[in-house]
Design a protein around this ligand. Structure first.
Ligand code: AMP
Length: 300
């Protein structure tokens, strides 16, 4: 079943303790779409500027990613993000953000896309995320991501968004900030009480936690020794998770747990190289092989 993602498509500059890359393909919706495309066709909705290399669009379109909703805005520049990882490779600092084309991004979804049943709102202002919800009236699984910027700067809109979505995916520090609770188990359920049926808290190298009315569990990250660049891990997690749910056309608790596992594995590949380089080297079969290893690792 096709899936829609609306969010950033970017040119990233990344500094790790050992290596750096400038102006590489990035963006929350880009990582999401690529990871989800191992499972299901994806409609990508975003905007870029005149400086956007057409080869990046070709790379996405070569997967089952529909890029007709990726507008190239004349006279504008692509969103740019620069980040630096601390030696632990888990914490990062944002050194620079240039909104550029996102300064006036107001997504208008192609008609076909508004009929999709699976929708992911990648990081962006909650007011814009809600404008997408207004257009996707038929969506029956609406999941969003958010971040500290909007928890601090757009609290009222975020509260409204939370009442209108089925699931929220956010980082551990963001869950603490949103609820004022340092205990992640309590924080997860407090976020759920703000509206969504389920909440996923991503904890980087420490895995991900799931919260619904009847379930609370944690899945560990897949222990890859080869962490080169963690950028996009969270978005790849979302893409793997939503991609599997859309492929299955089902969101029962068992499917959700397996979707969390696929999200974990998609993220584990993303961190093994800069940008989308590692994801480009793998196929669905590689995810499935890693799934078997992950299951063996977890059975006792
Ligand atoms: P992640 O590592 O999963 O949190 O995602 C990193 C990606 O998010 C990078 O490729 C950035 O281009 C993108 N990004 C960073 N800041 C923002 C922002 N404020 N809004 C949207 N996307 C962002």
């Amino acid at each position: 079943m096709p899936l829609v993602v609306v969010g950033s498509v970017a040119l990233d500059s990344v500094r790790t303790p050992t290596e750096s890359r400038d102006n590489v393909l990035g963006g929350s919706a880009t990582y999401f779409a690529y990871a989800a495309s191992f499972f299901t066709p994806v409609h990508l909705v975003s905007a870029v500027g005149e400086d956007w290399p057409a080869e990046h669009t070709r790379l996405l379109a070569a997967r089952q990613i529909d890029t007709t909703g990726l507008q190239v805005v004349p006279g504008a520049k692509t969103f740019r993000w620069t980040g630096k990882y601390l030696p632990n490779m888990n914490d990062r600092e944002t050194l620079d953000v240039q909104l550029n084309v996102f300064d006036r991004f107001d997504p208008v979804l192609p008609e076909e896309v508004t009929r999709c049943r699976y929708l992911f709102l990648a990081n962006g202002p909650p007011a814009i995320q809600m404008r997408v919800l207004d257009q996707c009236k038929g969506a029956d699984l609406r999941v969003a991501d958010t971040m500290d910027l909007y928890i601090r700067g757009a609290a009222d809109e975020l509260a409204e968004l939370l009442r209108r979505i089925d699931g929220l995916v956010l980082n551990d520090s963001e869950a603490k900030l949103l609820t004022g609770d340092e205990n992640l188990v309590r924080a997860g359920h407090k976020v759920r009480e703000m509206g969504p049926r389920f909440v996923v808290i991503k904890k980087g190298e420490h895995g991900a936690m799931f919260f619904s009315q009847h379930e609370t569990y944690v899945l560990p990250a897949f222990p890859t020794p080869n962490v080169v660049d963690p950028t996009g891990a969270g978005d790849s997690f979302g893409g793997g998770m939503m991609g599997y749910l859309a492929e299955q056309g089902n969101v029962d608790p068992k499917t959700l747990k397996k979707a969390m596992a696929y999200g974990t594995l998609a993220a584990s590949f993303t961190v093994e190289a800069f940008s989308l380089d590692r994801l480009q080297q793998i196929q669905r079969a590689d995810l499935d092989r890693r799934m078997e290893e992950y299951k063996r690792m977890l059975s006792f």
